[in-house]
Design a protein around this ligand. Structure first.
Ligand SMILES: *Cc1c(COP(=O)(O)O)cnc(C)c1O
Length: 360
């Protein structure tokens, strides 16, 4: 990223001089690499400030384009466990007259495909289901959802923020029409992401101005961040399988140890989940005291960084009470995680739980 902040500072939208053309070439290279990585088309890549903007552009953009063409299809379908970046734009659209259906999930966090098939019909404009859940790591059956959407003529939007760079994801194969992703979820910089659109999907821009990104996202491209996103993606893809295998072994060791503690239960499907995620609930302890004790040793949370202290809507959708949701621990393992840290985490949780259960 470094040269693009300083000596290679030109604006890629300017097509008249060489430094600008070089910056534009760097952005186009990133666009091609990103499209290849997700099985999409380079011309469909729209760089954004992150996955939140990508989801807003996808959902509001599709709805507005449908309205402009007076389409009969206006229904929007999603799951209760989606990220706020999807749920909140849908609430906004519901207030503007788009019928929104929020489906529950099973206790394992997975969509019920029969239930989905019941609600996706001739009035459905778009189905939005994430690839991997940010709190519980659950992987939704994207191919089946994509096939259903194709069959019923609905668009399929997928929030891929937690999946791109971590699991294989091919838009064309999975029937995904719109895929969002975020740089900082794959070891890239914060403040950059993309929406990858299948060419031909009607989308109304949500930001107007200089006509950048094919007229779909005006504003000067963030060249250093886009170059950083591409480099991070290259690196993430290079060790994806080896990293997932290593982290899965560490995660399984962590779970096997915690499972042995009384009252500890897993949140989310045991198999259909990201290799580096573990989310557990600890029965019969006070959540705030648990996290107070864990804070000394670990950087873990109970819900999402984006939920600002309110109880997790994801754990609620799994049937967890407020108290159980508060006494939940979300572990995220990463490229830097070492076996000794897993041992330390096991000790920290074991001691915290023992302390909270010690009779007064
Ligand atoms: C982090 C995240 C987002 C928001 O991404 P930003 O790039 O931070 O805006 C959206 N969806 C999911 C699933 C996420 O994990």
């Amino acid at each position: 990223m470094a040269p693009w902040w300083s000596e290679r500072f030109a604006n890629p939208s300017n097509r008249l001089h060489r430094p600008a053309l070089e910056a534009a070439a760097a952005v186009e290279l990133a666009r091609r690499r990103l499209a290849e990585a997700v099985g999409g088309e380079a011309e469909g890549v729209i760089f954004t400030s992150g996955a939140t903007e990508a989801a807003n552009l996808a959902l509001k953009g599709v709805a507005e384009a449908a309205e402009e063409r007076s389409e009969r299809r206006r229904g929007l379908v999603t799951l209760a466990t989606e990220h706020r970046a999807v749920l909140d734009p849908l609430v906004w659209l519901a207030r503007r007259g788009f019928p929104v259906t929020v489906l529950p999930v099973g206790r394992d966090g997975l969509v019920d495909l029969d239930q989905l098939a019941d609600v996706v019909g001739p009035d459905t404009l778009l189905v939005s289901v994430m690839a991997a859940n940010n709190e519980i790591g659950v992987l939704q059956p994207l191919a089946a959802i994509g096939a259903l959407c194709r069959e019923r003529g609905a668009l399929f939007h997928c929030d891929g923020a937690q999946a791109v760079g971590h699991i294989p994801l091919a838009m064309e194969e999975l029937g995904i029409d719109l895929l969002g992703l975020s740089g900082h979820k794959l070891y890239g910089p914060k403040g950059v992401g993309a929406l990858v659109r299948r060419p031909g999907v009607a989308l109304a821009p949500q930001q107007h101005g200089g006509g950048q990104e094919g007229g779909l996202r005006a504003g000067t491209a963030a060249v250093p961040l886009i170059v950083g996103l591409q480099s991070a993606l290259d690196l993430a893809l290079a060790d994806r399988e080896a990293r997932a295998e290593r982290l899965k072994a560490l995660r399984d060791r962590l779970w096997e140890a915690l499972e042995g503690l009384e009252g500890v239960t897993l949140n989310g499907h045991p198999g259909a989940r990201l290799a580096h995620n573990l989310n557990v609930s600890v029965g019969g302890v006070d959540g705030s005291r648990l996290h107070q004790l864990l804070r000394r040793h670990l950087a873990v949370s109970s819900g999402s960084a984006c939920s600002q202290g309110s109880p997790s809507h994801v754990l609620a959708a799994l049937g967890r009470s407020r108290q159980e949701a508060a006494a939940s621990i979300r572990f995220g393992l990463g490229r830097a995680t070492q076996p000794a840290e897993i041992t330390a985490a096991i000790t920290a949780v074991t001691e915290a739980v023992a302390e909270l259960r010690r009779p007064p």
